[in-house]
Design a protein around this ligand. Structure first.
Ligand SMILES: [Zn+2]
Ligand SMILES: [Zn+2]
Length: 138
């Protein structure tokens, strides 16, 4: 099972239409890091339907940022990382494709930008329109 950070990548910037596939596994392309320090492998992966408080996003574009780089290359320096394999590219833009039970903040069809850290929606930074670095998860 792959650790996905709630992100799917469809390998294309075309087609922002949404689908209602919340009860089915979908297949898409992803840049997979199978182990630290090794090249990424772009391959087809399966993405399960969203579970409680999860969303599945049809990604239009994404990039690999320095946090991804840190997970891939600095974990041997003591940096805590999620377990491998990882799918990198959490800095993305897309459209909510389906939502799991308990999701109330977004709905299928909403344009969204995934972020690395979860939000508490209560701290000074979550309530600010100028940043998204939640103090409870940083
Ligand atoms: Zn990032
Ligand atoms: Zn917060």
């Amino acid at each position: 099972m792959l650790q996905i950070f709630g992100i799917t990548y469809n390998g294309s910037s075309a087609g922002l239409q949404t689908f209602t596939l919340c009860d089915r596994v979908i297949r898409c392309k992803a840049a997979v890091a199978w182990e630290p320090g090794k090249p990424l492998s772009v391959e087809e992966v399966e993405v399960s339907p969203p579970k409680d408080h999860e969303v599945r996003i049809k990604i239009a574009a994404s990039g690999v940022c320095h946090s991804d780089w840190t997970y891939l290359y600095d974990c041997e320096k003591g940096v805590k990382t999620p377990p491998f394999p990882l799918i990198l590219g959490h800095e993305a833009a897309g459209v909510v494709e389906s939502v799991g039970p308990g999701v109330t903040a977004v709905q299928p069809g909403d344009k969204v930008i995934p972020v690395l850290l979860p939000h508490c929606d209560k701290c000074e930074f979550c309530l600010s329109s100028k940043t998204n670095l939640c103090t409870k998860n940083w």
